[in-house]
Write a protein that binds this ligand. Structure first.
Ligand SMILES: C=C(O[C@@H]1C=C(C(=O)O)C=C[C@H]1O)C(=O)O
Length: 300
């Protein structure tokens, strides 16, 4: 469970500046590492597309309908729901009809207006149809349990990341220099206008550059033989080849450093899916904001 929800959201003494945009952005930066490592972990297995098919013959006779991913996700989320994971405003389930918590409720600061915005169905579809085919080698290695467990870990952190857009949106709405413009655009139901106003290209560019560096380093087989020039090459964008050729960066002659993931792919996943979905969450959150205005004021 996230530190954000456990330590900083539940405590009554959450700092009043909790909706500080820089602080929220810091949380998003922290999530990058978890996301890159989750993708690296999943990339260690074949696509195993049967995991995502409804009633696939590979799972015939097992006690579930639907896909193996949906089955395992529901099982894991049921356990997490019992320990009140989804009462935290930064955690959103993929499954329906989850059990009630067995632990007493925590009190959270009221930072977001009450909403049921949940884009996990869209996220899962994109992940299966676009991310997996690019991330994993083709084929079926029978590692269904391991691959699906890695899928769930990746989907859960990606879900937390995109739904963090709610905190970003509330923080931007609280900026009194821009609030009137947001209100005008919300009243006009101008999605494009809202997205344009909340977009910060400089932040996105910095993020993608940082992400490429992280993926370059984290994706590098690091051992005591790693050299400074290896690291320099890993950070040199021009040294990359396609993901299909994983023996990408040569150390000394004959010492091959295997890349576990292609940084260009990680950047594409963020640029094409993670950032757009985060902004979609921001727009959806803002479109509903005036239903609770001025009655709702964030409080810790
Ligand atoms: C999250 C923010 O909102 C938008 C989405 C971003 C993202 O998903 O990384 C980055 C900048 C903005 O375009 C932000 O302003 O930090």
């Amino acid at each position: 469970m996230s530190n954000f929800s456990a330590s900083s959201l539940s405590s009554k003494d959450a700092p009043p500046n909790f909706l500080n945009l820089d602080r929220i952005r810091h949380e998003l930066v922290q999530m990058e590492d978890t996301i890159v490592f989750a993708l690296i972990e999943r990339a260690g297995f074949a696509q195993n597309l049967c995991i995502y098919s409804e009633q696939h013959e590979n799972f015939e006779g097992l006690p579930f309908n639907g896909s193996f991913l949906d089955y395992l996700m529901a099982e894991m989320e049921a356990v997490h729901a019992k320990v009140r994971r989804y009462t935290s405003p930064d955690e959103y389930p993929f499954s329906k009809d989850l059990p009630e918590p067995i632990l007493p409720p925590l009190t959270f600061p009221r930072l977001l207006y009450p909403n049921d915005i949940n884009l996990n169905a869209t996220l899962k579809k994109i992940y299966i149809e676009k991310v997996i085919p690019s991330l994993c080698k083709d084929g079926d290695d029978k590692n269904y349990g391991s691959a699906t467990t890695k899928d769930i870990e990746a989907l859960q952190i990606l879900s937390r990341r995109i739904h963090f857009g709610k905190f970003v949106a509330e923080a931007k709405f609280q900026d009194l220099k821009l609030q009137a413009e947001y209100i005008r655009l919300i009243k006009a139901k101008d999605r494009d206008g809202i997205e344009a106003l909340l977009t910060n290209r400089a932040v996105e560019e910095r993020l993608l550059k940082r992400l490429r560096l992280k993926a370059s380093i984290y994706g590098q087989e690091i051992d005591e033989t790693i050299t400074g020039s290896d690291m320099a090459k890993a950070m040199d964008e021009s040294s990359w080849r396609s993901q299909s050729d994983l023996t990408l960066v040569d150390g000394d002659e004959g010492k091959k450093k295997v890349k576990k993931i292609d940084p260009d792919l990680v950047v594409r996943i963020y640029e094409q899916f993670v950032i757009p979905l985060t902004k979609e969450v921001e727009v959806e959150y803002l479109l509903g904001r005036l239903e609770h205005y001025p009655s709702f004021v964030p409080s810790v």
